[in-house]
Design a protein around this ligand. Structure first.
Ligand SMILES: CC(C)=CC(=O)SCCNC(=O)CCNC(=O)[C@H](O)C(C)(C)COP(=O)(O)OP(=O)(O)OC[C@H]1O[C@@H](n2cnc3c(N)ncnc32)[C@H](O)[C@@H]1OP(=O)(O)O
Length: 257
């Protein structure tokens, strides 16, 4: 497929998607989301790919949903077409996805980054949910995910004032996993992705599923889920290989089985 709003590359075992609407600071319109979903689908089904990186430009990861496209939407159109639901594909990906964020990650851009498994931020990154300034509120999971990341007080502050958070505050608050110099962002994200892709894919996928379960269940249920999945790992060839390699003092050769 030819992509107009994103660039899609494969680097070894890592799938790289770069949002690419520079004239609109990567504002997320329906064409871009459709392309992103297609790219994610092809990486999900490509067994050579072990991890995905989603990034934007130096100036903007994404400045939000496309206000020009969305401005004239009616309630009936939003309701009948289930506006925004198609954005969720990122959060439903089974393979690990890292967001590498430089510049603005606002509104839907912040929400898209939060749908990824973790965020590595450049020291230039700015996060915000400014929807209230436009007469709406976050609609792609922002009120829910941001609250889980940073807690109620800061989420309320961000969503009700529309202010931006810089990279340092985002790291202190638990929104991002680490902050790196802007000119090292992609290199650092690729290094993390290559590391993940070098492990057993099914084990990484099960680990992701288990961590995500903690958002949706009680502690006791979550621990029981973890135990079941953990036990199942002993049925994999990669568990045998990983532990044998440790004992033999050699590097493991995982076969994703
Ligand atoms: C409601 C839901 C579900 C989700 C949302 O995401 S609502 C949108 C939330 N985002 C915002 O409100 C941010 C809007 N953008 C800005 O406030 C500013 O663009 C900025 C602070 C990010 C950057 O300001 P700067 O002065 O550096 O750049 P601009 O001249 O303002 O922008 C350049 C160019 O990009 C267009 N742009 C920026 N953001 C969007 C957007 N979200 N949708 C559509 N277009 C956007 C901006 O209009 C300008 O284009 P033109 O030169 O053609 O006007």
């Amino acid at each position: 497929m030819g992509y107009e709003n994103i660039r899609v590359e494969t680097r070894g075992r890592v799938g790289l998607v770069t949002l690419n609407r520079p004239s609109a600071l990567n504002a997320l319109n329906s064409a871009l989301i459709a392309e992103l979903n297609t790219a994610l689908g092809s990486f999900e089904s490509d067994e050579k790919i072990g991890c995905i990186v989603l990034t934007g430009s130096e100036k903007a990861f994404a400045a939000g949903a496309d206000i020009k496209e969305m401005g004239s939407l009616t309630y009936m159109e939003a309701y009948l077409n289930d506006f925004i639901t198609s954005w969720d594909q990122v959060s439903r990906a089974r393979k690990p996805i890292i967001a590498a964020v430089a510049g603005y990650a606002l509104g839907g851009g912040c929400e898209l980054a939060m749908m990824c498994d973790f965020i590595i931020a450049a020291d230039t990154a700015k996060f915000g949910q400014p929807e209230i300034t436009l007469g709406v509120m976050p609609g792609a999971g922002g009120t829910q995910r941001l609250t889980r990341f940073v807690g109620k007080s800061k989420a309320m502050d961000m969503c009700l004032t529309g202010r931006m958070m810089d990279a340092q505050e985002a790291e202190r608050s638990g929104l991002v996993s680490r902050v790196v110099p802007a000119d090292e962002l992609l290199e650092e994200a690729m290094k993390a992705a290559e590391k993940i892709a070098g492990f057993s894919l099914p084990i990484a996928m099960m680990t992701k599923e288990s961590v995500n379960r903690s958002y949706e269940t009680t502690l006791a249920e979550g621990v029981r889920f973890e135990r079941r999945v953990f036990h199942s790992m002993f049925a994999t060839e990669d568990q045998k290989e990983g532990m044998s390699a440790f004992v033999d003092k050699r590097k493991p050769q995982f076969n994703n089985r």
